[in-house]
Write a protein that binds this ligand. Structure first.
Ligand code: AMP
Ligand code: ZN
Length: 668
């Protein structure tokens, strides 16, 4: 292959890879790599494209901003495009930017506004004659998704401003670090994937369907820019900030109007150190030509303004030593290598362990025990091994070997087909068994007191507990003979286990340990699916008709019940008398309990929200799409495709607003 082929291949690879990361970052809020690694890829692509413009791909991510749009959501075009920002990774690049601007403008001197770059989610507000009309995301820069209700949960957002005419106000929504930590703790309890950093948590929150859920998350925002306006409001960026402040917007007061290049540098260096003390994350400094007339003169590239640039902070990097690599076996049997490090302090906390993810990562890094390794916290939160300091590495360091057998049960490990994850597939593996049992008996699950981690491991070691169903077949006489276990504790254990047979269905469902089904999700599922049979038979589509259940959860549930081992376990637990039904108490106490409703079209006397509240108050369930799962479609005026679809399904009853009101008890 000649050089040009190589370069072309690299460009195609980078284009594809960056687009994939854009998707993970903007649409899913679950990036796989750090911002710094992302920026490095992007920079390489920009350099190659500049050198070889003929090889540039039509869909190059260097030409457009990463899109957060999903098909099918409600979108509105921005009245003025929302741009991205170019990045400077060093003070030299920053200096070239200022010099180039001065040169292009033919001036010897420029006022520069320096602001913190808030690491959040950009947002656009549109006001008409002083009233907030809607809020949208940046989307693809041209069109944004409507998120008005969620934005209205921001505490200090002015719904009215003293400005006649039309104006777009722009800013950054963020999640305070303390809130981020609280949410992650909650998610962990719910068995959900934790957010890597506050930015992802903020963008994930903005797109939630349920505004009351968003409200709980205490989002904040800083506003710093004006988009479209039919009448100029200021002559400089610093004046805009002052005016927004006067109008009641939350603005970030840590900005300066720098009169010299040295002042810019001092500002950047100051915040590089001080940023860890802030209640929110910043990933750099934005410097902007202050004068708006000059900004207009400089104009824009295809993607960003030529009058501003983001100076990106480097993630704090430390050198540590790789003491050893541990291999952990999780509940699903996945074996994860973890680097055990000599403790170092990075970005405010001590780091002693870092996940190495999988075997490929170890090979990519060419890790050897005893190596000096470079550590950062990716997204400023999660410790990550960046690479090895190869200089002066003694050749006595041994390569890290991925074990061939499970470190716990010695069963041969298997690599996932086409993937990089290695599994212990022995379903009787004590490591998995221990974790699965711990989960099963935990408080939010079956809540079996007396069967915590220590006793579980004691029973496993003594061969008394080999599976989940064994809990209900324990030979108590044998347990009595174990040291540590007296008559009283055995009696208590027996009673707790018996009691757990009547545990609520949703707790049992959570206890089964279905991936992505945390305790909250289990509760939601049990509202729509009253017994395990309904769940076993549910299709992905039916599951997804519940608003809180997305594609990922739905497919995980279907996959779980497709596995015969799981269904066999359920059958055994049924025989042992466990409760796989939602209790009937709430079901029959109102006429519409547990019936599924969907509202469509324009209603006469109530808003859709009011009807939703009435449905919920009376024990009904709201679902978001028409399927054979639906019991009642409440159709208002000019109902559209949902009505047509519902008419084709015999079992769905189509009723009017009044008929619905007749079904429920209004007085109270
Ligand atoms: P990027 O999306 O990484 O290219 O960075 C550009 C984004 O930084 C903008 O779209 C804004 O959402 C965000 N940003 C955060 N703070 C500021 C600020 N003070 N001025 C301008 N943009 C900012
Ligand atoms: Zn094993």
């Amino acid at each position: 292959m000649d050089l040009m082929d190589n370069i072309k291949e690299r460009i195609i690879y980078l284009t594809k890879e960056i687009k994939r990361h854009n998707d993970l970052y903007y649409r899913h809020s679950l990036p796989e790599i750090s911002d710094y690694d992302y920026d490095t890829l992007l920079k390489e692509l920009v350099t190659l494209e500049t050198q070889y413009p003929e090889l540039k791909q039509d869909d190059s991510p260097t030409q457009r901003v990463g899109s957060d749009l999903y098909l099918g959501e409600k979108n509105i075009p921005h009245k003025q495009r929302m741009y991205s920002l170019d990045n400077a990774y060093s003070l030299e690049e920053l200096k070239s930017f200022v010099l180039k601007a001065q040169n292009d403008l033919q001036v010897k001197y420029l006022d520069i506004c320096c602001e913190l770059k808030i690491d959040g989610f950009s947002i656009n507000l549109f006001y008409k004659n002083g009233t907030l009309m809607y809020a949208t995301t940046r989307g693809d820069g041209y069109v944004g998704e409507i998120v008005t209700e969620n934005i209205k949960t921001l505490k200090d957002l002015p719904l009215k401003i003293p400005f006649a005419g039309e104006i777009e106000i722009r800013g950054e929504v963020y999640l305070p670090v303390s809130e981020f930590e609280r949410i992650n703790e909650e998610r962990q309890l719910d068995g959900l994937k934790i957010f890597a950093n506050p930015r992802n948590a903020a963008s994930g929150s903005i797109k939630l369907k349920d505004s009351s859920e968003v409200k709980k998350r205490k989002l904040n925002a800083f506003f710093y820019a004006v988009g479209f306006t039919n009448q100029p409001i200021a002559q400089s960026q610093s004046e805009i900030i002052k005016l927004l402040d006067k109008w009641g917007f939350p603005v970030n007061m840590h900005y300066i109007r720098a009169k010299s290049y040295q002042e810019i540098v001092d500002f950047c260096n100051h915040w590089d150190k001080e940023r860890y003390k802030l209640e929110y994350d910043t990933d750099g400094i934005v410097i902007k030509v202050d004068d708006i007339a000059l900004q207009e003169e400089l104009g824009y590239t295809t993607k960003s303004p030529k009058w501003a640039i983001a100076y990106k902070f480097k993630a704090e990097e430390k050198i540590s030593e790789l003491l050893d690599v541990a291999f952990q076996v999780g509940r699903t049997g996945a074996v994860t290598p973890v680097a055990l490090l000599k403790p170092v302090s990075i970005a405010g906390t001590t780091v002693a362990r870092a996940t190495l993810h999988n075997i490929e990562e170890i090979e990519r890094l060419d890790l050897r025990i005893g190596d000096k390794v470079r550590i950062i916290k990716s997204g400023e939160i999660i410790p990550k091994v960046l690479g090895v300091v190869e200089e002066n590495r003694p050749n006595t360091h041994l390569k890290v070997q991925f074990p061939e057998n499970c470190p716990v049960c010695k069963h041969k490990l298997e690599k996932e087909e086409g993937g990089v994850i290695t599994y212990c597939v022995n379903s009787a593996c004590p490591a998995q068994l221990q974790r699965r049992l711990e989960h099963f008996t935990s408080r939010d699950a079956m809540d079996i007191e007396g069967l915590g981690p220590a006793n579980i491991s004691l029973l496993i070691e003594n061969g008394l507990l080999n599976s989940i169903e064994d809990i209900y077949k324990l030979e108590y006489e044998k347990i009595l003979m174990l040291e540590r276990m007296g008559q009283k504790s055995v009696d208590n254990l027996k009673e707790a286990i018996e009691r757990s047979k009547h545990q609520d269905f949703h707790k049992l469902l959570f206890a089964l340990g279905i991936r992505f089904v945390g305790s909250k999700t289990a509760k939601i599922l049990c509202k729509s699916f009253n017994n395990i049979e309904m769940l076993i038979n549910a299709t992905e589509e039916e599951l997804q008709s519940i608003p809180e259940i997305g594609q990922k959860i739905a497919s995980s549930i279907v996959k779980f019940f497709k596995d015969d081992d799981n269904v066999n376990l359920i059958r055994k637990l049924q025989e042992l008398g466990l409760n796989f039904n939602s209790s009937d108490e709430t079901k029959n106490d109102t006429a519409i309990s547990n019936l599924k409703f969907l509202v469509t079209g324009t209603l006469k006397n109530h808003t859709r929200n009011e009807i939703h509240k009435l449905i919920e108050k009376n024990g009904g369930i709201i679902i978001s799409s028409v399927s054979k799962n639906l019991d009642y479609l409440i159709a208002g005026e000019s109902a559209g495709s949902k009505l047509t679809k519902a008419q084709k399904i015999e079992t769905i009853k189509i009723i009017s607003e009044d008929q619905f009101l007749d079904m429920i008890d209004l007085d109270e």
